[in-house]
Design a protein around this ligand. Structure first.
Ligand code: ZN
Length: 373
């Protein structure tokens, strides 16, 4: 999903990365904070104002990582794997590899982040008090950190998707009604309400207060939240409707095969073009060796096609991304999107038993859904 990310490091197997947009926020934060500090504390030197901003911005950044680690470590402890924490323009997200299986897990994973922010707010406010007599810039920095962490905690507790409070709300409704779907619908409705409320607040800022820039900014956030809330709802609906559909139900049993010694030009002329099929399994007799696709052919010069055999340019079976026949449809779609695959072989006990093509699979899925509905 995020292409322009910078890897910061790993913690307990979790990738910690920053999205490029964060750098812009960081720079803006530095500039506005330094200017603000200079205005408010005119007796400070430029170096004091700058280093206070830098210290505060970096610690704020670490606080967001701590908030996301709070979600992630609780998730891992409860058996939900986490692949990465990405820091981006509005804060951070922990990329959980699957949904929680019950309301209690969901509740604790969601609430862990705001709890970390609350604790940090308390710690920073104590530190600010302790250092106030010692050195003003440090105390001011800690004071700001206490305030911003408190804001992060409170904002995230608003009960609407995609905020943490939305997930907490979802977990509570789920726990009370025993219905995961009801929880999702409640949290989406909450998210919509929050977004419309913010939208109104933005409009009020523009029309009544005359704060054009602030108003536009608030409306943008509202629009972003609304999209995320609707997206959550839709992906849950899709997931629950895909439930029970497995790769084997979607696979075409006719696997397109090309003999391993076929020259690339003949394969393209006699198989690819007539069949309108961009990838084939490469076989020697009944043994599958790998997969060759049109993009493999395009990597070599056209005049080398007659002298090159398909097995020379194929992806060998052992490095090939494939899917087991009992894998669920949701996971299959995610894998194909993640690796940008147009086709994928389906395997059962080490044998290729079927073929999944992106265009065809979407049609097949919609047929399955029509039959279920
Ligand atoms: Zn959170």
């Amino acid at each position: 999903m995020f292409k322009s990310v910078l890897l910061l490091g790993h913690f307990r197997g979790i990738r910690i990365e920053i999205h490029a947009s964060w750098v812009i926020i960081f720079a803006l934060l530095m500039i506005t904070m330094t200017a603000g500090l200079q205005r408010e504390y005119p007796d400070w030197t430029m170096i004091e104002a700058l280093s206070t901003s830098l210290f505060t911005a970096l610690t704020f950044f670490a606080s967001i990582v701590a908030h996301e680690l709070g979600h992630s470590l609780v998730a891992i402890k409860r058996g939900v794997p986490v692949s990465a924490i990405t820091l981006f323009i509005f804060g951070g997200i922990a990329q959980l590899n699957k949904d929680s299986e019950n309301a209690t897990d969901e509740f604790w994973i969601a609430i862990a982040g705001p709890i970390v922010s609350f604790v940090l707010a308390l710690v920073f406010s104590v530190l600010s008090g302790l250092t106030s007599q010692w050195y003003e810039p440090v105390a001011v920095g800690f004071g700001w950190l206490a305030m911003i962490n408190m804001m992060v905690a409170l904002f995230n507790l608003i009960p609407g998707f995609p905020l943490d409070g939305g997930r907490v709300f979802r977990a509570l409704v789920w726990k009370v009604t025993g219905d995961a779907g009801k929880g999702v619908r409640a949290a989406v409705a909450g998210g919509r309400l929050v977004a419309y409320g913010l939208f109104g607040f933005g409009l009020w800022n523009i029309l009544v207060v005359g704060n054009l820039l602030g108003g536009v900014w608030i409306m943008l956030i509202a629009w972003f939240l609304l999209n995320m809330a609707e997206g959550h709802g839709q992906s849950f609906n899709l997931k629950s409707r895909l439930e029970g559909i497995r790769a084997r139900d979607l696979a075409d049993p006719h696997v397109p095969v090309v003999p391993s010694h076929t020259p690339v030009d003949e394969w393209i002329q006699y198989q690819v073009l007539p069949a309108g099929q961009r990838a084939f399994m490469v076989a020697s007799g009944h043994r599958m060796l790998g997969l060759v696709s049109l993009s493999d052919a395009r990597k070599i010069d056209r005049d080398r096609w007659p002298a090159t055999r398909v097995e020379d340019i194929m992806t060998p079976l052992d490095t090939l991304i494939h899917i087991e026949s009992d894998t669920g449809a949701a996971e299959l779609l995610q894998l194909m999107t993640e690796h940008n695959l147009n086709q994928i072989p389906v395997m059962e006990n080490g044998h290729v038993t079927g073929w999944i093509d992106r265009e065809r699979v979407l049609r097949t899925i919609s047929l399955h859904m029509e039959l279920k509905a």
